[in-house]
Design a protein around this ligand. Structure first.
Ligand code: NAD
Ligand code: LMR
Length: 328
């Protein structure tokens, strides 16, 4: 099983790769060939990390290979985890990068090149998870550049779902595993819409159990929408351990059948479901069949409040798409 990870010397990858090497992540007994990709300037740092991975003596691993170019790394790849890119919070040309969308011009180009290489050389059933921000629109650029419709492109919204589950479990004093059908709609950005109206907790409707729309609208939603910024402010760097956990959980969610009655979260190319415009990457509730295919779950009831939230995030995704029209 060939797994490509870009940005392999970065902070997310430092947690992600050990998670991926744990048993049971992939639905196959085949050992992993890890193809780790970095920019030339970071190859020394990557070599140091590779020594640590070797010293971990993972029984799941067959080989660890390093690359300073995407083209050779993705040949026959089963999975590509596209983490490599610049995070917000840094200062570039004297200006602080404040929003994920400010990264479009910087990171967009990376995904053109990577998309082309994946479309040409990775396996026809390759699964691609874009983590690098702005993840939805980077995935759009990557998929378009790949010119290959048989591969599955996704952008990560699992972290938003985990954040929402953590907040909800505190509010309702339940275990995160008791939460079903929590969905993140739209962009991985402050406009995302985490829906509680279709969420179940121990079989009961979460929104009705909370019974406090004010809390949902003025506390819960902004907390999830701004959690990334809250973490950057507190730790001086963007989330890494939790982002790695979420990326690994996304791989697991695709590789294994979804538990009965539940969903998992990722952004995929919209086909118009829930009124999200076709041709953008939007977060949706998904199920996996465990054979590499995923489907959008289409039975959520959206209230006027939810519909307004979806419209806002759809408009932002359309604006981002317009900003990169030269790349797609
Ligand atoms: P980081 O700066 O620690 O690491 C990024 C690494 O990518 C660096 O080592 C850099 O050399 C490498 N890189 C840059 N361009 C590359 C390229 N063309 N090919 C291969 N490698 C390349 O950053 P990080 O904290 O690991 O975050 C990575 C990205 O993930 C950022 O864009 C961040 O905003 C994003 N992120 C997304 C989510 C999400 O939920 N979708 C969550 C957290 C972070
Ligand atoms: C996050 O949500 O933590 C990441 O997307 C990093 C960021 O820029 O907020």
């Amino acid at each position: 099983m060939k797994v490509v990870i870009t940005g392999a010397a970065g902070q997310i990858a430092y947690s992600l790769i050990p998670f991926l090497c744990e048993k049971g992540v992939f639905n196959s007994d085949e050992r992993l060939d890890l193809n780790l990709v970095e920019i030339p300037q970071a190859m020394g740092r990557l070599d140091g990390f590779v020594k640590e991975l070797e010293d971990s003596a993972y029984s799941t691993v067959n080989s660890i290979n390093t690359f300073d170019n995407i083209q050779n790394a993705v040949v026959d790849a089963d999975w590509c985890l596209l983490v490599g890119s610049i995070p917000r919070g840094i200062v570039l040309n004297g200006k602080e990068i404040k929003e994920r969308s400010d990264l479009l011009q910087i990171n967009g180009g990376i995904f053109t090149e990577q998309g082309k290489a994946i479309g040409t050389s990775a396996k026809e059933n390759c699964k691609i998870l874009v983590v690098g921000n702005p993840a939805n629109t980077n995935a759009l650029i990557g998929k378009h550049s790949s010119n290959n419709n048989s591969q599955l492109w996704m952008a990560m919204t699992m972290l938003d779902a985990l954040r929402a589950k953590a907040q909800l479990s505190q509010k309702l004093n339940c275990h995160v595993d008791d939460i079903y059908r929590l969905a993140i709609f739209g962009n991985h950005s402050p406009t995302m819409f985490p829906d509680l109206e279709n969420t179940l907790v121990n079989g009961k409707n979460a929104y009705e159990e909370i019974n406090d729309h004010e809390w949902v609208e003025t506390e819960f939603l902004p907390k999830i929408q701004q959690r990334g910024a809250e973490i950057i402010k507190a730790r001086g760097a963007s989330s890494a351990s939790s982002a790695a956990r979420a990326a690994c959980d996304t791989v697991k969610a695709v590789e294994h059948p979804t538990r009965s009655g539940d969903v998992f979260n990722a952004a995929v190319m919209s086909d118009g479901a829930y009124g999200m415009p076709e041709g953008i990457f939007s977060g949706f509730p998904l199920i996996s069949n465990g054979d590499g295919s995923v489907e959008i779950v289409r039975d959520y009831n959206l209230s006027p409040f939810a519909k307004a939230g979806l419209e806002k995030t759809a408009n932002e995704l359309l604006e981002e798409k317009d900003l990169v029209k030269d790349l797609i």
